[in-house]
Design a protein around this ligand. Structure first.
Ligand code: HEM
Length: 581
């Protein structure tokens, strides 16, 4: 024993860990007090058992505290939710079974509940998951301003396809800076007088339509996808990009990824064991490399895109960067001077994918814009009287072009109203979703929504609510966005031909029940920008072509929800009939 003590003393002077000293002290005290003699190994085992028991006790206390806290939160949630009206929960598992009832969608369940219980209802998605749906415009406005976060799984589609990035992230703190930068950039572009992207984009699209026009017409979804991609591509890579052979590859890759993105994100556990998943991941990597490749050329003033195909091939082969055929992508440092990265060096956390944000925005912009254009085209071919009036409006404005042609769209109230009305009747996203994970949400009315509840706005119900839109809320009527006034341009005589003579476009965002672009803290920042571009492109198209529904295609305007986007179903074939000019 003396050896052991000597050892301990030596250790005390050295840097032995204190736990070892503890063992030695323990052995020493045991050796002195116990009458029976234990071997050191027995003593060590005894000590280890006690330590292990202590550890188990600690774990037990920690887990019990955690569970008690959860239980406390659960009771708090149940107690606070009591004040919110809603159908009684049919079982411990909540209302989930209701949603799986055949031919009964989530919106149907919400619609039924709202009719019965008023503009704010709760539904239990499970014993611990509370969903609160709001349809009252004033409450919605307040809620969308106060609840800044989205659910933790929001953006999984983007994350899986494009890696770690800040835009579209659940936490507002994380997206805030990027939102501001992108919004400023888009705003600057709108103000730039020499930015004639809309005209070039429109020319490019008309050329394409000329090439793919057949006697049977063009599939509306296909042409809309192409228009949306052209708009987004020109916006982020410059209009020279459109003429590049890489544009077609890029578009194809994007469409392939868009088709499967929601499917792979729907897995709770990412299916690493499936070959198809790895094939999808491979496509995503190719897209990433191609984006970097294109951006690198963008940095050099987009000269590449004005060059011949041969130049493109030569230049590419000299580069370390490989294109869509796979392999190595260039480093994020190469893009530091691209506007998306400007001023962001201080905010980059190092984990972000260099092109993640651009791919996210292009993806979101393409998906939503193409859904909106399909929707507008379908409305125009189904309401020829409106198409004729829009055409008259375009012709009149065209006779007196403004200083910058792309500003002319602001002198076409009926065209803009048609776009807004199409977005109202078929919003691209059926639901806005928010949450406040940490704090209860207190409304001016005194209502409190407990922290942790999922907040949703069933946009379609709000958009078709008679109390906000009148008795014809479900009908297509662009005049919902127009009011009679004295503003407008062109001669009164001319404008009276259009039937919208003294009509003025109301600011759609003044109506709290208009939410295709969301509202509040996390509202879409691309709204103004995309409306202007879509209107410009449509004006150029309608000036050149009369749109007709191919008699063979189905006029049924049933809608489906695909990849979280509303779509007309079945797809209409549109004839682009050339006008005499
Ligand atoms: C017709 C086209 C578009 C529609 C219908 C649309 C719709 C939406 C909607 C509904 C949201 C969510 C808003 C909310 O939760 O309150 C959103 C978010 C967003 N949109 Fe759009 N969008 C469109 C085009 C664009 C474009 C062209 C851009 C950029 C160039 C853009 C950038 C964004 C961004 C960055 C967010 C994320 C905001 C955040 O997470 O904080 N959008 N958009």
């Amino acid at each position: 024993m003396n050896d052991i003590i000597a050892c301990a003393a030596a250790a005390a002077n050295s840097s032995l860990p204190t736990s070892v000293l503890g063992v030695l002290h323990f052995l020493h005290s045991r050796g002195r007090s116990s009458s029976c003699v234990h071997t050191p190994s027995e003593l060590l085992r005894d000590f280890a058992t006690r330590e292990f028991n202590a550890f188990l006790w600690l774990c037990l206390v920690a887990v019990t505290t955690l569970l008690l806290r959860r239980l406390f939160n659960l009771f708090r949630l149940w107690h606070r939710a009591k004040t919110i009206p809603g159908p009684p929960s049919p079982s411990f598992f909540g209302h989930c079974k209701l949603f799986s009832r055949q031919n009964f969608t989530f919106t149907d369940v919400l619609s039924e509940s709202h009719q019965k219980y008023g503009p704010i209802v709760k539904l239990w998605l499970g014993p611990t998951q509370l969903l609160v749906s709001v349809t009252d415009p004033a409450l919605i406005q307040e809620m969308l301003i106060k609840a800044k976060d989205k659910l933790p799984f929001t953006g999984k589609v983007f994350h899986l396809a494009f890696g770690e990035s800040s835009l579209f992230a659940p936490s507002f703190e994380k997206v805030q800076k990027r939102r501001e930068l992108l919004a400023n950039e888009l705003h600057e572009r709108l103000l730039k007088s020499d930015d004639v992207i809309p005209m070039k984009v429109a020319d490019f699209i008309t050329d394409k339509i000329e090439n793919i026009r057949t006697k049977r017409g063009i599939n509306s979804r296909l042409v809309s996808q192409h228009m949306a991609f052209t708009i987004m591509g020109a916006t982020f890579f410059g209009d020279g990009f459109l003429a590049s052979p890489k544009a077609a590859i890029y578009e194809e890759l994007f469409m392939m990824i868009a088709k499967d993105a929601c499917f792979w994100a729907s897995y709770n556990v990412t299916p690493f064991w499936r070959h198809e998943f790895w094939r999808y991941q491979c496509l995503c990597t190719k897209l990433k490399c191609l984006t970097q490749d294109i951006l690198q050329h963008f940095r050099k003033g987009c000269k590449l895109f004005g060059q011949t195909d041969q130049d493109v091939r030569n230049e590419s082969s000299n580069k370390e960067t490989k294109s869509a055929d796979g392999a190595q992508c260039c480093s994020g440092d190469d893009f530091q001077d691209y506007f998306f990265f400007r001023d962001l060096k201080d905010h980059q956390d190092g984990k972000e994918e260099p092109c993640g944000n651009i791919m996210r925005v292009i993806f979101h912009g393409c998906q939503t814009t193409s859904a909106l254009i399909t929707n507008v085209l379908t409305r125009l071919v189904m309401h020829l009287e409106i198409q004729d009036k829009v055409y008259s409006e375009i012709s009149i404005v065209g006779r007196n072009p403004s200083k910058y042609e792309h500003e002319d769209v602001y002198r076409m109230p009926l065209l803009l109203a048609t776009i807004y009305e199409s977005a109202r009747l078929l919003p691209t996203g059926p639901m806005l979703q928010r949450c406040s994970l940490k704090h209860d949400l207190c409304f001016a009315t005194g209502l409190t929504i407990p922290a942790g509840a999922v907040l949703v706005v069933p946009v379609e119900l709000v958009h078709k609510d008679d109390s906000s839109w009148g008795s014809d809320a479900s009908d297509f009527n662009p005049y919902h966005f127009l009011s009679t006034g004295t503003k407008g341009s062109g001669s009164t005589e001319d404008l009276s031909i259009t039937g919208v003579s003294s009509c003025v476009l109301n600011d759609p965002n003044e109506n709290a029940a208009f939410l295709p672009f969301g509202s509040g803290t996390r509202a879409c920042i691309g709204q103004k920008f995309i409306i202007q571009l879509v209107a410009s492109v449509l004006a150029s198209l309608l000036k050149k072509y009369e749109l007709r529904l191919n008699s063979g295609s189905d006029e049924d305007s049933n809608t489906t929800l695909k990849n979280n986007l509303h779509q007309h179903h079945p797809n209409s074939q549109i004839l682009f009939v050339k006008r005499d000019q």
